[in-house]
Design a protein around this ligand. Structure first.
Ligand SMILES: Cc1cc2nc3c(=O)[nH]c(=O)nc-3n(C[C@H](O)[C@H](O)[C@H](O)COP(=O)(O)OP(=O)(O)OC[C@H]3O[C@@H](n4cnc5c(N)ncnc54)[C@H](O)[C@@H]3O)c2cc1C
Length: 345
């Protein structure tokens, strides 16, 4: 069984930054995520969208932000376990001392005095199109639930489904390079930003976007990969056929707290209650940081999570080294870190 200073559940931006803050205090971490890559929502939902509110970074795509965080934690000691979900968290006694044990879906077990739940929206899954049987058989063969690479859609007949920000943003963006782009929505009203909707409607007038409302996907056709679809027109009730290469379903996510509900931690509105002194939950040694937590005034922003985990790591240190003063120092005068980074003075 693997013993570590901090077990971090979730390798989103806040989980990744936890490794940095822990590293500054000389603590090592095990980081576990059920996705197949680090970066949480940034990497999974909007890797190519720009983020403008990371302090000191005027512009960065979400994937660039994740890459920068991975670069920042390189000097520190951590293990990353991907594609496995933490299912079980239980309290154990080791030689009279209280510890936590976690077990993953791959049956790996880890022990620590501190668990950081940085699980964002929980284990999230994209919403599938409602009336298609097994749309996932076309995953990477013409069906996607997120845009991972803009280049993939160059010179293709692309259909985007949805009525929110993502659907509008990607319709506008991909209209620059796709052979044709169609936006399909069940009604002629959108929930996204007004200026993006206006931009989309301007592109429709210029015949650069084909707007199909009120339509719903009826079937996906193709042997090896998607080659056409049928859509139901709600005005006429007719089924219409279209040639199609790529279908992007942007219906949002089903957020599932999943196993977290079984860990007997106090919740508030399906989020984990914490105190704002050290972001500890109702269990000593279990902290919740980032989007997963709730407290008065909480904002689901990356920078809020960074602040929260910085304070939580201080408390984690105290639990490992009871009675000791937490070493505080500015990174500008941290010679060990500068040495590891190879900074020349
Ligand atoms: C379209 C969009 C645009 C956004 N733009 C901005 C922006 O401009 N600025 C900003 O500050 N914020 C923005 N956000 C919000 C920002 O992405 C979140 O605040 C941030 O991702 C929260 O980070 P996190 O690390 O707490 O959680 P997440 O990024 O959600 O990561 C949590 C990770 O935990 C994993 N996980 C969950 N449960 C388990 C389990 N049991 N076992 C293992 N792993 C588990 C998940 O797979 C996930 O990878 C945006 C969000 C969206 C959707």
């Amino acid at each position: 069984m693997n013993k570590t200073d901090i077990i971090i559940i979730g390798a989103g931006p806040v989980g990744l930054f936890t490794v940095f803050e822990a590293g500054l205090l000389g603590l090592n971490c095990v980081l576990i995520d059920n996705l197949d890559k680090p970066g949480g929502q940034c990497a999974e939902l909007y890797p190519e969208k720009p983020i403008y509110d990371i302090p000191g970074v005027p512009y960065q795509t979400a994937q660039e932000h994740v890459d920068a965080l991975l670069e920042q934690i390189k000097p520190f000691s951590y293990e990353l376990h991907l594609s496995e979900r933490v299912d079980l968290v239980e309290e154990i006694d080791l030689d009279g001392d209280q510890f936590w044990k976690v077990k993953t879906t791959e049956s790996k077990e880890f022990i620590s005095k501190n668990i950081f739940i940085a699980a964002g929206a929980g284990s999230f899954e994209p919403r599938r199109p409602p009336n298609i049987v097994d749309p996932d058989k076309y995953i990477n063969k013409g069906v996607e639930y997120a845009v991972r690479s803009v280049d993939k859609y160059t010179n293709k007949d692309v259909f985007i489904f949805g009525g929110g920000d993502s659907a509008l943003d990607w319709t506008v963006e991909l209209s620059k390079t796709a052979k044709s782009i169609s936006l399909v929505h069940r009604r002629d009203a959108f929930r996204g930003a007004q200026h993006t909707e206006e931009l989309m409607r301007k592109l429709v007038k210029e015949k650069k976007v084909n707007l199909l409302t009120p339509y719903l996907i009826d079937s996906i056709l193709g042997e090896e990969k998607v080659n056409s679809i049928t859509l139901k027109n709600f005005d006429t009730n007719e089924i219409e056929s279209f040639d199609a290469d790529e279908l992007i379903f942007l219906f949002g996510l089903n957020k599932k707290l999943g196993p977290i509900l079984d860990w007997d931690i106090d919740l508030n509105n399906k989020k984990i209650q914490v105190n704002t002194e050290n972001y500890q939950t109702s269990k000593n040694g279990i902290f919740a940081v980032g989007d997963i937590n709730d407290y008065p005034g909480k904002l689901d922003l990356i920078l809020s999570g960074f602040h929260e985990t910085t304070l939580a790591v201080q408390e984690a240190y105290k639990r490992i080294h009871p009675g000791e003063r937490v070493p505080f120092g500015y990174t500008t005068s941290n010679s060990k870190l500068q040495e590891k980074l190879g900074v020349k003075k």
